[in-house]
Design a protein around this ligand. Structure first.
Ligand code: ZN
Length: 263
């Protein structure tokens, strides 16, 4: 069987273990069913997720000109503290910015390779944690807009990490932490504007990834350079496919690539 389409991050279903789907225009693949099987991935061409043209992907699945133009790739996406829709102030497209920024956002702690603080729209919980490969996470603040979440994250970054080490995450070289204790420890550092939105009473969420064998020394597959790769799928964690020979493929980092998948 051959499936072909443009890569976008895998869709997920929060169950035990987590279910992963690769969704193409006219097909979808339940990736969990491919565990233990040999899979070939072949690069065909680029297809920008915005304009659809066969131009090299710059970032986030977009070609360079789209990345610097469209509202879905503005700076406030990666840096929520730069959000301005709550002030009625436009960055690239005020209507779009209001729709995305003026909705409930969550500041959370997640443990993927270490404890980190992050921000997501409330509707993206627990998807965001799954995408990061966190094995445990907790919501600590729920605010009405993206700006408040952003400034909370910035304030907490002085006291806890904000990056995931993908190698550690994939090796599953992780320590269980008491996130409730971390939440309470960080509470005093939440900025005044967000203090009323602190979530006092909830508990950790644990996530169970479908991995049969973790890689000892993960090697990242550069599909454009390699053009094609064949290997036995042994696990999925975060947005990574893990293969028996320790090759790992970050689906999210390859959004906008048209690939053929052969089973
Ligand atoms: Zn484009």
């Amino acid at each position: 069987m051959t499936y072909q389409g443009v890569l976008t991050k895998m869709e997920t279903e929060f169950s035990s273990p987590i279910e992963y789907y690769l969704v193409f225009e006219s097909d979808f693949l339940n990736m969990n069913q491919l565990l233990g099987k040999t899979v070939t991935i072949q690069f065909i061409k680029y297809q920008c997720l915005n304009c659809g043209m066969d131009k090299p992907i710059y970032r986030q699945g977009f070609c360079k000109s789209c990345f610097f133009e469209i509202p879905q790739a503005a700076d406030w996406i990666m840096r929520p503290e730069l959000s301005t829709a709550h002030l009625d102030k436009e960055d690239r497209d005020l209507e779009y910015e209001k729709k995305v920024q003026l909705q409930p956002h969550i500041v959370y702690l997640a443990n993927s390779s270490n404890i980190k603080v992050g921000v997501t729209r409330k509707s993206q919980v627990p998807t965001r944690w799954i995408d990061q490969g966190a094995h445990e996470a907790i919501e600590i603040v729920e605010v009405p807009n993206r700006y408040l979440a952003g400034i909370t994250e910035v304030a907490l970054k002085d006291h806890v990490g904000d990056k995931t080490n993908w190698r550690t995450m994939l090796k599953n070289d992780v320590v269980d932490e008491d996130l409730v204790q971390w939440r309470d420890k960080l509470k005093p550092y939440i900025p005044d504007e967000a203090k009323d939105y602190f979530i006092e009473t909830n508990t950790e969420t644990n996530l169970d990834f479908p991995v049969e064998k973790y890689p000892a020394t993960p090697k990242s597959l550069n599909l454009i350079k390699a053009q094609a790769y064949t290997g036995k799928l042994t696990g999925i964690k975060g947005q990574y496919l893990i293969f028996e020979d320790d090759t790992v493929f970050n689906v999210r980092a390859n959004e906008g690539l048209v690939v053929a998948i052969m089973l």
